[in-house]
Design a binder for this molecule. Structure first.
Ligand code: ADP
Length: 532
C-alpha cells in the first residue's frame, strides 16, 4: 500500500461521497433553520438573559479557532502552500479578534465593557472586523490554492512564516482595537442609541453577506478538496448568521441573537471537527502503510534468506561427495603401492560432481529466471535411473532396499533435465533421511506411471517416520524443517520447479508407514514416445 503525499495532506484530500452528502445536509439544515426563524418572525422573541453565555461562547470560539489554526499551520509546514498559510491566518484572526470583542462586550467583565467609550459601538466594530475579515481570508485562500508548487514558500522556514502570520494578525487586531478605543468619537456610528442600529450597520451587514457569498462562489468554482467543501459550509453559516441577526437587527438575548451566536460557534468548530476526524483517518491509513511496508520488508528478507539457503542446500550435496571422493582417492595414492586406477575412478567422480555443482548453480539461476530455452524432451525413467545412481552409496550405507517400477510406455516430457533431476534427488534424499533413523524394513519405492489425461506421474515412497498431519501444510514452505541441520529449502524448491513445469507436487501417507511424494507433470508438457 503505497501512500502519496496527497493521501496524507488534508488540504488536498478529495471529499468522499458521504462527506459531500454530510456537508450538504449540514448546509440545508442551517438554511432551513434560518428560513424558519425569519418566516415566523421569531428573531425578536426575547429569551432568558444568560450573562455567563457570552464569555463561555467567546472562550469556546477562541479555543476551537486556535486549535484549527494550529492544525492548519501543521499542514502548511508539510506542503508549504500560500493558500494554507492564508487560511490558517484566517483562523488566527477569528481566535484573536474574539479577545477585544469579549473585553468590550457590555456586562461581561464590566457593565460597560473594559475598553471604555461606548462599549456597544466598539463591540459592533470588532464584530465587523471579525465577520468581514474571515471571508477575505477565505477569498484569498480560494484564489491562491491552485498555485504552482514552484510558487510555494519553500525558501522561507515554516516557523518564520507561521510566526509572522500570528504576529501580523495580532498586531493588526491590537492596532485596530487601539484606533477604535482612541478615535471612536471620530468614527461613523453603528448605533443610533443603545438599542437601535444606524443605516451604516445595514450596509456593513450587506458587505459581510456579499463577501461570504463571493467566498462561497469562488470555493465552489475551484472546489477540489475536503477543506474547500467545509469552508463553503462555514461561509454559508457566516452568511446565515449575518442575515438572521441583521435583517431586521435582533436585540441582544433574543432568539435571532442566540441563533447568530450558535452559527458563529458552529462555523468555528466545523472545520476543527472535520480536521480531527480526517486526521484520525489519515493516521489509520499511515499505520496500515507502515504495517504493509514492514510485511513487505519481511517478505524481502525471507526471499533473500531463501535464495542463500537454496544455493547452500543445492551445493552441499555435490560438495560433500567431492570431499569424500578426494579423501578416498588420496588414500588409494598413499598406499605403499598406489592404486592408480582406483584413484582415477575417484577423480572422475570428483570431476562429475564438480560439473553437477556447476549445473545445479545454472539450474538455480534458471529456476529464478524460468528460462524456457534450456528445456528438452526427457525420458523420466532414465532420469530416475540416473538419480538413483547418484545416491547409490547412501542407499547402501543405510541398507535401503530399492524397488523401481518404471512404466514401459511412458510419454516423454518437455523439461529442464537438471532441475527435474534435482527434484528427484531431493525427494529420494529426504526419503533416505526419513528411514535412516528408523528400525525395521527400509524400502524406497520409485515408480512411474501414466495418469489421467496422459499425465506422467512419478511417486517416491518410503517406509520412514512419515509426516505428522499438522506438518503436512507446512513442509513445502521455505525454511520449514524438522531436522537439526536441515535448511527447509528442498521441498520448497522442488514444488517451485515442478510448478514452473506446469505440474504439481503432492504428498500422501504411505501404507502402513512412511510417506509418498507424487510429482505429476501435466499432459501439456508431455508427448507420446511414438511422436518423437
Ligand atoms: P530439509 O530436508 O532441509 O528439512 P525439506 O524442504 O526437504 O528441507 O523438508 C522439509 C521437512 O519435510 C523436513 O524437515 C521433514 O520434516 C519433512 N519431510 C520431507 N520429506 C519427508 C519424508 N520423506 N518423510 C518424512 N518427512 C519428510
Amino acid at each position: 500500500m503505497a501512500l502519496r503525499e496527497q493521501d496524507l495532506v488534508l488540504s488536498s484530500l478529495p471529499p468522499s461521497r458521504t462527506q459531500q452528502q454530510l456537508a450538504l445536509s449540514v448546509a440545508l439544515l442551517i438554511v432551513l433553520m434560518a428560513l424558519l426563524i425569519s418566516i415566523t418572525g421569531m428573531q425578536q422573541v426575547k429569551l432568558a438573559v444568560i450573562d455567563a453565555l457570552v464569555p463561555l461562547f467567546g472562550m469556546a470560539m477562541f479555543v476551537s479557532d486556535s486549535i484549527t489554526a494550529v492544525l492548519l499551520f501543521t499542514q502548511f509546514s508539510i506542503v508549504r502552500s500560500r493558500a494554507l498559510l492564508v487560511i490558517s491566518s484566517g483562523f488566527v484572526w477569528t481566535a484573536l479578534v474574539v479577545i477585544p470583542w469579549l473585553l468590550s462586550f457590555p456586562g461581561v467583565f464590566a457593565p460597560h465593557g473594559l475598553l471604555g467609550g461606548s462599549s456597544s459601538e466598539i463591540t459592533v466594530w470588532l464584530y465587523t472586523l471579525w465577520h468581514a475579515g474571515f471571508p477575505i481570508f477565505v477569498i484569498a485562500f480560494a484564489l491562491l490554492k491552485d498555485a504552482q508548487p514552484a510558487k510555494r514558500l519553500r525558501q522561507l522556514p515554516a516557523a518564520t512564516a507561521i510566526l509572522s502570520c500570528i504576529v501580523g494578525s495580532a498586531a493588526v487586531i491590537a492596532g485596530a482595537t487601539y484606533v477604535l478605543v482612541v478615535f471612536q468619537a471620530h468614527l461613523p456610528s453603528f448605533m443610533i442609541d443603545a438599542m437601535n442600529f444606524s443605516v451604516l450597520w445595514y450596509y456593513t451587514a450587506a458587505i459581510i453577506a456579499l463577501l461570504s457569498a463571493l467566498a462561497i462562489s469562488l470555493l465552489w468554482i475551484r472546489r477540489k478538496s475536503l477543506l474547500d467543501l467545509w469552508l463553503m459550509v462555514v461561509m454559508l453559516v457566516f452568511l446565515t448568521e449575518v442575515l438572521i441577526s441583521s435583517f431586521p437587527v435582533s436585540a441582544r438575548f433574543s432568539l435571532g441573537w442566540y441563533a447568530g451566536r450558535t452559527c458563529s460557534l458552529l462555523s468555528g468548530s466545523l472545520i476543527l471537527i472535520v480536521l480531527l476526524y480526517e486526521i484520525t483517518i489519515v493516521y489509520a491509513r499511515l499505520i496500515g502503510a507502515v504495517r504493509a511496508q514492514s510485511r513487505e520488508r519481511g517478505a524481502r528478507l525471507i526471499t533473500g534468506d531463501a535464495v542463500a539457503a537454496t544455493i547452500a542446500h543445492e551445493i552441499k550435496q555435490p560438495l560433500s561427495t567431492i570431499i569424500t571422493r578426494a579423501e578416498t582417492g588420496l588414500r588409494w595414492l598413499d598406499r605403499a603401492s598406489p592404486e592408480i586406477d582406483k584413484a582415477k575412478e575417484q577423480f572422475a567422480e570428483i570431476v562429475a560432481n564438480g560439473r553437477r555443482a556447476g549445473a545445479v548453480m545454472d539450474g538455480i539461476r534458471g529456476n529464478f529466471k524460468k528460462d524456457p530455452r534450456i528445456r528438452t524432451w526427457l525420458d523420466v525413467n532414465v532420469l530416475i535411473e540416473e538419480t538413483l545412481t547418484l545416491v547409490h552409496g547412501d542407499l547402501q550405507q543405510h541398507r535401503i532396499l530399492v524397488r523401481t517400477e518404471p512404466h514401459a510406455g511412458l510419454p516423454q516430457i518437455m523439461g529442464d533435465r537438471i532441475q527435474l533431476q534435482q527434484v528427484l534427488l531431493n525427494l529420494i534424499t529426504n526419503a533416505i533421511e526419513a528411514m535412516a533413523g528408523k528400525q525395521g524394513l527400509r524400502v524406497l519405492g520409485v515408480r512411474s506411471e501414466v495418469g489421467k489425461e496422459g499425465n506422467v506421474v512419478v511417486s517416491v515412497a518410503d517406509t520412514g517416520k512419515g509426516i505428522q498431519s499438522q506438518e503436512i501444510d507446512q513442509i513445502f514452505n521455505p525454511l520449514f524443517t524438522t531436522k537439526p541441520d536441515g535448511m527447509g529449502m528442498g521441498l520448497s524448491i522442488c514444488r517451485s520447479i515442478v510448478e514452473s513445469h506446469d505440474g504439481s507436487l503432492l504428498v500422501f501417507p504411505n501404507s502402513p508407514e512412511g510417506a509418498v511424494f507424487q510429482m505429476v507433470l501435466h499432459a501439456s508438457t508431455t508427448t507420446a514416445l511414438a511422436s518423437v
